[in-house]
Write a protein that binds this ligand. Structure first.
Ligand code: ADP
Ligand code: ADP
Ligand code: MG
Length: 505
């Protein structure tokens, strides 16, 4: 294309695994990368991987990865010609995108106006509905008071969900089962939205029971070409946030897949979309789908799409930002096999999934054919309270779903992390559950199957013992059978004093 311009040096305005993931593709494309890092991230792998790194003074996100002006100043100082925002932080901040363009740099993402319109869930609902995309029954104007909410709820029927217009990351949502809960729901959703997003506007949506979250990956260039890279099934969630994702979804018929992908590309056209984005839908038990929202950025779970399509989404993002036309035509994009991602968070899954912090005393990541680990840490890394508690993403590809489940189960068993509690035992439970294996599950998986299971009685000490024994070389294999034999374990643990040594700093 005539008005394309090669980018030479890209600043990544993010941290952890996603910063590394972006910088790897930047390097493969023969370009230079620039990292910015907070005080606590100085020694993190992403800060060392970049060709150049600059400090953002402070620890809190507000003073560092959310400090738009300082990041843009560093980009100019480093001679970078573009900024990739990753996900979270400033990735969906239209002012940031605008400032970057005003500074004469390229923002690797959509146009600022698109970010603004899609970042407002009520605006987005109106816009895509005008293009014939079904939206969840409810309001597309913010609710001002209790009586407005009551009349909407009476029209669409209980249960309803009060949601923040500016919502994200599962925040600002309240389930309302009957009229008596509306008052409190409005108040708490509003105050959570105000503190999380600086915007207290709320609206009301029909709450779907036992739904599935299915989203479509979109790519579009500056010239109006839009393609989709199929769907991702993201129904295994806690706190309305995803933990396990897979593609293809077991819930869709080929006809539904075609219909929803058409709706997704229509939604992208409705907002004049440019770059990579995701259109999220909710699928009812009866098989009806509705638009939820559009995420105007690279998505956490993009690796499973890359594994099944062979397309490097970050590479496409950079090429689009360079002004190149999409080379991919829809009929050339095919999905092969099956991929699953498990998000490895530092969380206590036996105790309400509350975030855990600490030092990674030991770490052994899984590997092997078709196993992909997007990790931002190494042995000795500190997981602080300042940022998201995600340690890594484990993704596998299999020739079919059964193969992918077997690879994921094996990889989870091979994954050894000592020092913090993680979501690994939960992910393993998912892989072994009948619900997941049969493909018949919904967003209620955690509350229906995990919370009620005997898992709640507390973490089995076996897991910690297993890690200790394997890392110390005291047992062979994955140790899953041996740790259940407590006599044997105590004998082995009683023996080596050097085991303690291995866990010292
Ligand atoms: P995805 O939709 O890509 O799976 P998540 O919902 O898990 O993403 O969120 C991705 C990251 O972005 C997380 O770190 C989350 O905390 C953060 N995030 C998402 N939306 C917002 C928002 N509106 N404001 C602040 N952080 C957000
Ligand atoms: P966020 O911006 O926080 O990601 P979403 O609108 O994408 O908010 O919703 C996040 C999750 O909350 C969904 O994946 C789904 O599990 C649940 N959810 C959202 N809206 C509804 C609804 N109308 N009915 C049932 N569950 C919903
Ligand atoms: Mg969402």
């Amino acid at each position: 294309m005539s008005n394309s311009k090669d980018l030479q040096k890209i600043l990544v305005a993010n941290r952890g695994e996603i910063a590394l993931r972006i910088m790897r593709t930047v390097r493969e494309m023969g370009k230079k990368s620039v990292a910015v890092y907070s005080d606590v991230d100085m020694n993190m792998p992403f800060a060392r991987y970049a060709d150049e790194s600059f400090p953002l003074h402070g620890k809190e996100a507000r003073e560092t990865y959310l400090h738009a002006d300082e990041i843009i100043r560093i980009a100019a100082e480093a001679g970078a010609d573009a900024i990739h925002p990753g996900y979270g932080f400033l990735s969906e901040n239209s002012e940031f995108a605008e400032k970057i363009e005003r500074a004469g740099l390229t923002f690797i993402g959509p146009r600022p106006a698109t970010i603004a319109s899609m970042g407002d869930k009520t605006e987005a609902r109106k816009l895509v509905a005008s293009y014939g995309v079904p939206v969840v029954p409810g309001t597309s104007e913010p609710i001002n008071d209790r009586s407005e909410a009551v009349s909407v709820a009476n029209r669409i029927g209980y249960p309803v969900l009060i949601k923040a217009a500016a919502g994200g990351g599962g925040k600002g949502m309240r389930l309302i089962r009957n009229e008596s809960e509306i008052e409190d729901g409005i108040r708490s959703a509003r105050s959570e939205a105000k503190s999380a997003f600086g915007d207290g506007r709320i609206f009301v949506e029909k709450y779907l029971v036992n739904p599935r979250h299915i989203e479509f990956q979109i790519l579009s260039d500056n010239y109006g070409n839009v393609v989709h890279l199929f769907e991702r099934e993201c129904s295994i969630q806690r706190r309305h946030q995803k933990v396990v994702e897979e593609t293809p979804s077991t819930a869709l018929t080929p006809e539904q897949r075609t219909e929803m992908s058409d709706a997704a590309t229509s939604a992208a056209r409705a907002c004049g979309y440019r770059n990579a984005g995701t259109v999220e839908f909710i699928l009812s038990e009866e098989g009806k789908y509705y638009f939820l929202e559009m995420n105007t950025r690279l998505q956490v779970e993009h690796p499973i799409t890359e594994l099944t399509t062979g397309i490097d989404i970050v590479r496409e993002q950079i090429k689009i930002a360079e002004g190149r036309g999409l080379e991919l035509r829809q009929d050339q994009i095919t999905q092969t096999g099956h991929a699953i991602e498990c998000r490895i968070y530092a969380e206590d899954v036996y105790n309400g999934f509350i975030p855990d912090t600490g030092r990674l005393a030991a770490l052994r990541e899984p590997a092997g054919p078709w196993v992909r680990v997007d990790s931002g840490v190494e042995t000795g890394s500190e997981l602080s309270v300042y940022y998201d508690s995600m340690i890594a993403k484990l993704s596998v590809w299999g020739s079919d779903r059964g193969d992918a489940i077997r690879k994921m189960t094996r990889s989870l068993e091979d994954y050894l992390i000592a020092g913090v509690r993680t979501t690994i035992p939960f992910c393993r439970f998912v892989m072994l559950s009948d619900a997941f294996r049969s493909g018949k599950y919904s967003t209620h998986f955690v509350e229906d199957l995990w919370s009620d299971s005997k898992q709640l009685s507390g973490p089995p000490p076996d897991e910690e013992i297993r890690l200790a024994l394997i890392l110390a070389g005291a047992i062979r294999g994955n140790g899953l059978e041996e740790v259940n034999n407590h006599d044997d374990v105590s004998r082995k643990l009683a023996r080596p004093r050097w085991l303690d040594k291995r866990f010292e700093d």
